[in-house]
Design a binder for this molecule. Structure first.
Ligand code: NDP
Length: 443
């Protein structure tokens, strides 16, 4: 079957779910030739099975706002694939959340989790609830109601959710509290927990740190390094913040941050002191990035994304499809040599085409941002052992995992001197899951 024949079926079966179609197509283009060369996967209809969620749960989330008025949101959990371990993946709280968005994220998660080398299946969930502008009390009411339904579908050996856009430490806390209350058990049912009740050191840092480690590996492979690199970063949440921290530690300089309002451009660089201020602004005061421009005398590009700013390395760390073909062309034209995707699927297919033509070192999300779920996997191991590992221990395991993901990309993606990272990550992630599915019979 050709990719277009396969995609016709996917589109017909999943109407209106454009992000899901995009994610499946990207994988199909990489793995279809590999499947043709390995008939056991074709005969087992593995790709068709992987593209069908094992289970989709959709539910009503009613909660009372601060005025005592009822509000209703829609909750989801996509249990995509459990061939190599319990479902694992974050919970997104954002008004754009709908079934197709979470199916794309759950699908990506299957391959990403497989690449980490840890025993985790793929899942994703969330709600169209918007935490922005809500009081702590309203967020708690929502989280408690959300978990009241979700708790019956998850468990430490079944499905272990984590954070994502809009779900940080505060939300994980409220959800964990409700799970414990309803189930009367203290287990590692969620990751991203605070340190004093079962969380892992380095988990908050893991996605950003891991992404920079991965880019560093891509650069090392071409005898280069992060030292002295000018970097643009989008977003200003969890992933963006720790990307900047690690870039600074490795001797690079980050010059942008953004949110849905616009981008700040600070050509002097976002040093540790300014970053601490951003963390306070975003994680405690929950303010807008615009305030940075005033505070540190930087430029504010209202309504703009950072991709017109000259850089050596770009770290998209906000959301899907935030770099389109013309953004990618601007990056390449301005001398950008590497892209490390902290966000999931931030580059459109047109953008990816531009990178491939320009031979940009393209660290796609499912490889480059796998550090977050990898340390979530390590949090699960610590919870099972009822032990807490040291910061150095977790960080060194994270680094080993990112190196191993890079090696997998080379193993499956090497084309002469060039590494086709999408092929490497997609095929590398596919093989482990596909073999497990074949071993387990028709499930
Ligand atoms: P946060 O909620 O902490 O931060 C998200 C940031 O992105 C905010 O600055 C937000 O701005 C911006 N943003 C979100 N949606 C949009 C949008 N539609 N348009 C413009 N800006 C937007 O989320 P994370 O940092 O955790 O996640 C960022 C990305 O990284 C996501 O793609 C996520 O799936 C991915 N990721 C996260 C992992 C993790 O461990 N947290 C693991 C792997 C991937 P605003 O406040 O204005 O909305």
């Amino acid at each position: 079957m050709s990719v277009s024949q396969f995609m016709k079926k996917i589109v017909a079966k999943n109407p209106g779910e454009s992000e899901f179609h995009q994610a499946v197509q990207e994988v199909a283009e990489s793995v279809m030739p590999f499947i043709d060369a390995n008939p056991k996967y074709k005969e087992g209809k593995i790709l068709e099975r992987i593209a069908e969620p094992e289970r989709v749960i959709m539910f009503r989330v009613p909660w009372l706002d601060d005025k005592g008025k009822p509000q209703v949101n829609r909750g989801f959990r996509i249990e995509m694939n459990s061939a190599i371990g319990p479902y694992k993946g974050g919970l997104r709280l954002h008004p754009t959340v709908y079934l197709g968005l979470l199916k794309f994220l759950a699908f990506e998660q299957v391959f990403k989790n497989s690449l980490t080398t840890l025993p985790m299946g793929g899942g994703k969930g969330g709600s169209d609830f918007d935490p922005k502008g809500k009081s702590d009390n309203e967020v708690m009411k929502f989280c408690q109601s959300f978990m009241t339904e979700l708790q019956r579908h998850i468990g430490p050996n079944t499905d272990v959710p984590a954070g994502d856009i809009g779900t940080g430490g505060r939300e994980i806390g409220f959800m964990f509290g409700q799970y414990k209350r309803l189930r009367n058990e203290f287990t590692g049912v969620l990751t991203g927990k605070a340190l004093n009740w079962g969380g892992s050191l380095i988990r908050p840092e893991a996605t950003g740190y891991g992404c920079v480690y991965f880019v560093n590996e891509m650069l090392k492979h071409v005898n280069d390094s992060m030292k002295g690199k000018i970097c643009t970063v989008s977003g200003s949440g969890n992933v963006a913040q720790y990307t900047i921290e690690k870039v600074n530690q490795l001797g690079g300089k980050c010059v942008t941050l953004s949110d849905s309002g616009g981008t700040i451009h600070d050509s002097k660089g976002i040093d540790a002191k300014k970053l601490a201020w951003v963390m306070e602004l975003k994680n405690v005061k929950r303010g807008r990035i615009k305030e940075y421009a005033k505070k540190f005398d930087a430029k504010y590009l209202e309504g703009k994304r950072p991709w017109g700013v000259k850089c050596d390395v770009a770290f998209p760390s906000a959301t899907q499809n935030e770099i389109d073909g013309s953004d990618a062309a601007a990056l390449v034209k301005n001398g950008c040599i590497a892209v490390g995707e902290g966000a999931n699927m931030p580059s459109t297919p047109e953008a990816i085409e531009v990178y491939m033509k320009a031979k940009t070192l393209y660290g796609l999300g499912k490889a480059a941002n796998a550090g977050g779920v990898a340390v979530s996997g390590l949090e699960m191991s610590q919870n099972s052992q009822r032990l807490a590992w040291s910061r150095e221990d977790v960080d060194s395991k994270l680094q080993q995992i990112m190196v191993s993901i890079h090696e997998t990309c080379i193993k499956y993606g090497k084309e002469g001197k060039f590494v086709n990272y999408p092929n490497g990550a997609n095929i590398g992630g596919f093989v482990k899951v596909a073999d497990a599915m074949l071993d387990q019979g028709l499930v």
